[in-house]
Design a protein around this ligand. Sequence first.
Ligand code: PMP
Ligand code: GLN
Length: 394
Amino acid sequence: MKPASQQLSTVGTTIFTVMSALAARHGAINLGQGFPQTEGPADVVRAAADALLDNRNQYPPLTGLPELRQAVADANRRFWGLDIDPAQGVVVTSGATEALAACLMALLDPGDEVVLFEPLYDTYLPVIRMLGAVPRLVRLEPPDWALPRAALAAAFGPRTKALLLNTPMNPTGKVFRADELAFLAGLLQQHDAYAVCDEVYEHLVFPPARHVPLMALPGMAGRCLRIGSAGKTFSLTGWKVGYVSGPPALTAIVARAHQNLTFTTPPNLQRAVALGLAKDDAYFAALAADLAGKCARLTAGLTRAGFGVLPSQGGYFVIADIGALGFTGDDAAFCRHITEHAGVAAIPVSAFYQGDAPGGWVRFAFCKTDAVLDEACARLAGHFAASARPQAAE
Ligand code: PMP
Ligand code: GLN
């Protein structure tokens, strides 16, 4: 038989699925894949359930329910001061994952170059490659994930069509500062390029860090496609409702991509997300404050267990240095080891790099209950204290 797609045959199963399966097999606490342990707001879930029973089960409009497009435009103005046309400037998708694919499809032709930062989220490269476009990777490195401005400027060239920017960033927890965004905006203007802005963690930011959409910078509104995710904003990751905001000239093409990917997104969920986006400011503030507390709790617990934990400014994750724990294998072996022997799963940071990655860093999710975070830290502390004992006795 003829082989199936060579491109997809060489793409492995995502690390998040691999580590979640290993965690389940060993009964480990799963601090690998990022999903909240507790359900999102009850009124939003109730609205979806009501809409299921309310004859809201046939195809909605291609670009999304008018009430959700309006809510997305309103939220753009309320939180970020952005002026988005609810009728022409919003496309509702089946998760940010589909939104990313649709935006890249909308912008890229074969041979076009896309600048993006490592460490990177796992769907970016396969989609760019499937479109025949060419990734130009710029590496950020721990511990500070500083923007390498010279390397970044060198990655842009006459064939650059787009920048793919993730802020707040998975897995680093970096929130790009205004001066960094201004530097990026300058490059986009200089090279007449677009930006796909993956801002799924826009509301999960820990003060004093502050999220600024690239789209809010002068001259950027016509060049940016900004992606949000109800999964993250309402702690309902299984829902897969995303939204793209942008200039109508671009969102019209995103809609063409969406019509060929999923065409529409479940209307009952869209209705509930519209209600969620209209929640008062207190909801959004509490969401961020709650996660900031969990981030601090996990950071303290991992530090006590012997990890060197980097500060996280937003999202679901912290990155930890395993160098002081006396483990001799690489980060992937370490994550398998702690899943199997300490009962806690994490994600190796090398999974977010192509080729050589900075060694000895792992990602832990903190979007779990305090009790689970405490138990995970106790398990890790106990495990490494026990494994240090025989060596100390030798
Ligand atoms: N981008 C990033 C950076 C993410 O972390 C995620 C969540 N896994 C997504 C996109 C996908 O979001 P969604 O679940 O809405 O498809
Ligand atoms: N975004 C989540 C993470 O980084 C997982 C998403 C997925 O499993 N595809 O952990």
